[in-house]
Design a protein around this ligand. Sequence first.
Ligand code: MG
Ligand code: ZN
Length: 377
Amino acid sequence: MKFSKEQFFILPILILLLVSNSTCQEKNHTTKSQDDDLSKGKNAKNIILMIGDGMGTSQIYAGFIAKKGDLNMKKFPITGFSITYSADDLITDSAAGATAMATGTKTNNGMVGVDPKKDRVENITEIVEKDGKSTGLVATSTITHATPASFIAHVETRNDYERIARQFLETDIDVFIGGGAVHFIERLDQRDLTIDLAEKGYELCYSMEALDTATSDKIAGLVYEASPPTMLQSRRDMLSKATAKAIEVLSRNENGFFLMVEASQIDWGNHQNNITYQTLEVIDFDNVIGEVLQYAREDGETLVIVTADHETGGLGINGGNLKKGELDPGFTTMGHTGVMVPVLAYGPKSELFSGIYDNTEIFFKMLKALGKDNPSE
Ligand code: MG
Ligand code: ZN
């Protein structure tokens, strides 16, 4: 085990020192040590929903082992479980899974932002935009892929990437960063949607370098032609930089913001039953989660939720060594599984996310956290 008995012994003394310090020193010290008290009172102004595609408890635990116990996901005060079945199958796909979280509606596998009757259902991005909040999407897949698409689009089949790309123009989304430039530019209908995006006031960024220097309040970050590379290849800190840029831009709005960040490729690593691929993606996600938590801690008005749409691979851990960061994985499938997935929450109203509930509840809990009990309010 990583922690010695001495560290366990020292920890309570440190906590005592911190508590006694904040109670008798100046008052602004107390705000930061009362996160939990704050969350019980006021509503959230901002929400950052972080989705690890395919990330069940074993995927997280593989990251825990690889990081030798140093996991940011351990820092969340509230934990729950999400039940992920879709309208037409015990095993959901990412389209139905993300649509459940984005709209509060269980739909059939493959459908994006519509119910099983193919009727359009309003998503959280559209709802909060009406309140004057800014909105954003960040993904390590194409930005037209099922998970991010479910937060802006309404299509019957998830593979209709060209139509999904066109629907970006029908929204008021402020920032979107991911791969998939090709779906905006090299289209069967011969349209170049980047012209329309520019007309709508978006600053277009075709690389991470361009994104770095972008200054606009509206950013279309099509930073890779197709899918971004894996962490095993050359993606490096793309997710971290894209998330930081999105927060930088969105937080300029004094009415607040909604941001969805997806670690898309945890799913892909597990589809390949490739433990190194999957675990590097979890570590990348966890590092970004640490940065987002730091922002939320300083901001004090941001609710952070970390969850998954489903588990992928039926990953089990059959052995390993925590000190060496080694594990012996086993997979039951190359597809998705039906097990519950964790929900972690931090910040104002985070306590709403404790318990076991359907994935659709994540939508309703987010609205409640913003002080909206009725979605149509
Ligand atoms: Mg996805
Ligand atoms: Zn998948």
